[in-house]
Ligand binder design. Structure first.
Ligand SMILES: Nc1ncnc2c1ncn2[C@@H]1O[C@H](COP(=O)(O)OP(=O)(O)OP(=O)(O)O)[C@@H](O)[C@H]1O
Length: 341
């Protein structure tokens, strides 16, 4: 019998018209029934869910995806989108830029590379602090190559019923083979580390081993992109499974200036004391700088002004820094009690 929480979640997802949630809870109920020995009921429930899902148009993003729409159970695990981002939209140091260009070139020529028995680079690990462009990179790769971007939903993949996780991972890797796309595993440390996620360390180890096996065996034409802010807790065995490991960093002063200018567009202040303003961005991520610039643009719009005022931009950046400091302090005090390995 489903738990009270599951029943409540089912009713709530129906009220919210959240199909994805509804199917996910229904699958949990089926898994629970299988676990307590009601195999026939579990199979019936799963069949009903699969049949219902294959009738539904649009997955996750709520957009119909005619050519690359995951079906059946895997639809819950993948959120599909079709980004239009370009490499030129990113502010990057020359090294990362060159590596991404190289990956794109190998992908564009993959038939020729395959003909010679070689494999293009397509398994990538992106590491670096939050807001430095790891997710954006996955979007850019998809956008440049005209491929769908599949975000692997770790919340759906790693359930309370940990025994199911490896089976779900198998479904994701089957999709990787069947539908060419960019498959993005964000917060990859949830799979790639041996600690933190659950008390059941043995189970986490099994999931990690499954991932290692599946990524090693994968010979598809899709790109597999994993990202983490915590490379230090990744299992060492993972690194050699990737064709490239790319390290992202907070922007330098020049990169911050370049992002500010491109984001401001026609709103750029006149005169613009760039150096003075950029100093206020020191220590902020690209994402934080972008948000500060957006705040300043909104301020201008609300005052019916054609341009941002340099002081207003300075204030927005300073506010972001204060916020960022608060978050960092909170995170470090939260981690202070965590025993190290
Ligand atoms: N290198 C960059 N160049 C231009 N804009 C960037 C860059 N990095 C990040 N941004 C801006 O910040 C936003 C958030 O960045 P993104 O989600 O890619 O960061 P992330 O590294 O994946 O962070 P997290 O680890 O928190 O997921 C992007 O959508 C983009 O607008």
């Amino acid at each position: 019998m489903a738990s009270a929480d599951q029943l409540k979640a089912l009713v709530k997802s129906h009220i919210d018209r959240d199909d994805g949630k509804f199917y996910s809870v229904a699958m949990q109920v089926a898994a629970h029934e299988a676990k307590v020995g009601h195999g026939k009921l579990a199979v019936e429930l799963r069949d009903m869910i699969d049949a219902a899902k294959s009738r539904v148009l649009g997955v996750g993003a709520g957009q119909p995806v005619p050519l690359a729409r995951p079906r059946g159970e895997v639809a819950n695990l993948l959120h599909v989108s079709h980004p239009e981002n370009r490499l030129a939209d990113m502010v990057l140091d020359a090294g990362i830029h060159a590596r991404l260009e190289r990956i794109l070139k190998e992908q564009r020529m993959f038939a020729r590379i395959r003909e010679h028995g070689l494999s293009p680079r397509r398994k990538l690990l992106l590491v670096g602090p939050p807001g430095t462009g790891k997710t954006m990179t996955a979007s850019v790769l998809a956008g440049e190559l005209g491929l769908p971007l599949f975000l692997v939903r770790l919340d759906a993949l790693i359930t309370k019923f940990m025994g199911e996780t490896a089976a779900k991972l198998r479904q994701v890797f089957d999709a990787v083979t069947e539908v060419r796309g960019v498959y993005f595993f964000d917060e990859f440390d949830a799979i790639g580390s041996q600690r933190g996620l659950a008390n059941d360390v043995g189970e986490i180890r099994r999931v990690l081993n499954s991932f290692l096996q599946m990524i090693e065996q994968d010979q598809s034409n899709s790109l597999i992109v994993a990202a983490t802010n915590h490379p230090e807790i990744l299992d060492y065995a993972l690194f050699r499974r990737f064709d490239d490991v790319i390290e992202y960093h907070l922007p330098t002063a020049d990169q911050a200036a370049s992002l500010i200018r491109s984001r401001l567009g026609r709103f750029v202040p006149k005169p613009f004391p760039m150096k003075k303003v950029t100093e206020k961005a020191d220590g902020l991520s690209y994402a934080e700088i972008r948000r500060a610039v957006d705040e300043a643009i909104k301020e201008a719009l609300m005052h019916d002004e054609d341009r941002v005022k340099a002081e207003a931009l300075g204030v927005a950046l300073t506010e972001r820094r204060q916020l960022s400091k608060k978050i960092t302090n909170r995170d470090s005090s939260a981690h202070a009690g965590t025993p190290s390995r």
